[in-house]
Design a protein around this ligand. Structure first.
Ligand code: FE
Ligand code: FE
Length: 165
């Protein structure tokens, strides 16, 4: 009989999910930066692209630390969020509401990541994997800071421009 699955297995499955998600985000961000009209929003997307490369590298380090192969598992949640972002880009192309739509999509992505990394940090700590928890917490911090920065851009410029149109 197969061993019952445990929290270690759940952590590994979730790592594969977020590894897939980060790679998808890495290919979506340059398109979002190109579509963004506000210079601040463009810059925020470009900065986060660089951070996302680090997130991918950190995950590879985590796979190494837990002694498991680097693998991706299709994450339907991120595919859905990115798909909705593409719809907004197509439907609001050339309008003053485009940036507000891009921003909302980007925050949905960050919130997904915050949820996943938050859970994985808690599990890694519970499993006594301090080094793993520490690496994942660094990424969690960057996702949270990005989310706050996006909120600021929304409140200070983008939403006002969308509403004024
Ligand atoms: Fe990330
Ligand atoms: Fe992110």
């Amino acid at each position: 009989m197969a061993e019952p699955k445990n929290l270690n297995d759940l952590l590994y499955e979730t790592l594969k999910d977020i590894y897939f998600a980060e790679k998808q985000i890495l290919s979506a961000l340059p398109k979002m930066a190109e579509a963004a009209q506000s210079p601040d929003l463009k810059e925020a997307f470009e900065t986060h692209e660089g951070q996302t490369e680090t997130h991918v590298a950190r995950l590879e380090e985590v796979f190494e630390l837990i002694g498991k192969p680097v693998q991706q598992k299709t994450c339907n949640a991120i595919l859905g969020i990115i798909e909705e972002g593409k719809e907004v880009m197509a439907d609001f192309e050339g309008t003053d509401a485009l940036d507000a739509g891009l921003l909302a999509g980007a925050q949905a992505v960050e919130h997904y990541e915050i949820s996943r990394y938050g859970t994985m940090v808690t599990w890694a700590k519970r499993l006594g994997m301090d080094e793993v928890a520490d690496l994942l917490a660094q990424t969690l911090d960057e996702e949270e800071i990005t989310d706050q920065l996006l909120s600021e851009i929304a409140e200070t410029t983008v939403n006002a421009e969308a509403a004024a149109a």
